[in-house]
Design a binder for this molecule. Structure first.
Ligand code: KE4
Length: 427
């Protein structure tokens, strides 16, 4: 049978719901047929029909050094030769944990999981166990994985499909979750004044990347830090997406704010399943086997995944890595803004480090309401125009884009030419 994206998608849907292993991949928001990828190398992926795409999804962030980086593939191959998993401690876990703590010192202690969802779920349970308070605060449009208590007015795929909360989440699980407006300082102050002594945790994406890219304001995050300290609430920075991407010290290094707990994922696994939750020693001491907060995982700290993460982080620690990546990302963003100005403000763009936002609005949004006012249909048409021109963006107007060190200036310039042609074709 000739394997096309369409025939593979048809076959996939006979056995996998929506034909995908994660909803955002199904192209439901943008329409059309997902590309079934057969290989990736550097900044590109190739689909089942042999078509190449410049990739700005990069597995939703992990592949900061590009696809199949030789150092990462070599490390994974070497680790695999020695066994895939033991369910027993290994030195590789110690080495990666020490490397993460050296880069982000607020993680005095940390534990590995196999996904970002497990990391945030564990951090939340830990914060509740440490404070004895069930109430938590999250922000509309922020996505922290699919643990029940966090699937309330969330971003990413839930926003993409317009159902910001999920079926199947019992009211009891969501009743303790307060959802506030991202970047709304007054509302945060009022909430804490009213019930701060009942707030167990605040969880936030300091730079939101699941309602497109919306940076938290310094005042918003500083106020959050001050109030959590004042009321004894645990401040959790969900850095699954921003970690080791927006700054050498992650978002907390960029803003100069020290959270009580942090979660990582994506980049720290380099494309293999790795999550982390960690932070203040006095809080982390509450985790089993030391304390009463249970948390576990068969493949947590998997040696092959550790090898991928170690090789990837070592690449990002090379002198000038982040600076070069940010310059490359700025080249794309500045080029997109120039096109936006030439075409009557139809698009705008911004970046934080090597995360970028492309907006179908005249200016980058500063909050959820502004994100929702963008021209979603315009983005969807643009997405397919770019796909035809060999550029694969995230298949949703509500996702951030990512740059890798494998992308070149020529790749960026080709992307900008495709963007200009795509918009002119749609005028
Ligand atoms: P995972 O369980 O998908 O590894 O991580 C969940 C998560 C937690 N926190 C933040 C800030 C995240 O961005 C994510 C996952 N991000 C989405 C992309 N918007 C993953 C893509 C998908 O769901 O397929």
């Amino acid at each position: 049978m000739n394997k096309t994206n369409e025939t593979l998608f048809e076959r996939a849907q006979q056995v996998i719901p929506g034909g995908v292993s994660s909803p955002v991949r199904a192209f439901r928001a943008v329409g059309g047929t997902p590309r079934f990828i057969v290989r990736g190398h550097g900044p590109r992926v190739w689909d089942a029909q042999g078509k190449a795409y410049l990739d700005y999804v990069l597995s939703w962030g992990p592949l900061i050094a590009g696809h199949a980086h030789p150092a990462v593939v070599e490390a994974v191959s070497r680790a695999a030769q020695g066994g895939l998993s033991f369910g027993m401690p290994t030195e590789a876990e110690i080495e990666l944990a020490e490397l993460i703590r050296a880069s982000v010192p607020s993680l005095e202690r940390l534990r590995f999981t196999s996904s970002g969802t497990e990391a945030t779920m564990s951090a939340l349970r830990l914060a509740r166990g440490f404070t004895g308070r069930s109430r938590i605060i999250k922000f509309e449009g922020c996505y922290h994985g699919h643990a029940d208590a966090l699937l309330v007015k969330a971003g990413s795929g839930l926003l993409t499909f317009g159902n910001p909360s999920s079926a199947g989440v019992p009211a009891e699980a969501a009743q303790h979750t307060l959802v506030l407006d991202f970047n709304n300082v007054a509302q945060l102050e009022e909430t804490f004044a009213r019930e701060g002594d009942q707030i167990g945790a605040v969880i936030v994406e300091a730079v939101a990347g699941n309602m497109n890219l919306v940076p938290g304001s310094a005042e918003f995050l500083q106020t959050m830090r001050r109030l959590c300290s004042q009321y004894g609430s645990v401040l959790i920075f969900d850095e699954v997406m921003t970690g080791f991407r927006v700054h050498p010290g992650s978002a907390q290094g960029l803003y100069g704010i020290t959270p009580d707990l942090t979660t990582f994922g994506k980049v720290i696994g380099g494309g293999m399943p790795v999550g982390v939750f960690g932070g203040r020693k006095d809080i982390m001491q509450c985790v089993a086997p030391l304390g009463p907060v249970y948390q576990a995982g068969t493949l947590s700290g998997n040696p092959v995944a550790m090898a991928a993460g170690m090789a990837t982080l070592n690449l990002t620690l090379a002198p000038g890595f982040h600076e070069r990546l940010t310059v490359l990302t700025r080249r794309l963003v500045d080029g997109l803004n120039l096109i936006g100005r030439d075409l009557g403000g139809r698009i705008s763009a911004s970046n934080v480090g090597s995360m970028f936002g492309l907006y179908f609005s005249a200016a980058p949004p500063a909050d959820f309401a502004q994100v929702m006012s963008a021209d979603r249909e315009g983005f969807n048409r643009f997405f397919h125009q770019m796909l035809e021109r060999g550029v694969h963006l995230a298949p949703s107007a509500f996702e951030a884009g990512f740059m890798s060190s494998a992308h070149t200036e020529e790749d960026i310039d080709a992307t900008l030419a495709a963007a200009r042609a795509s918009l002119e074709a749609d005028s």
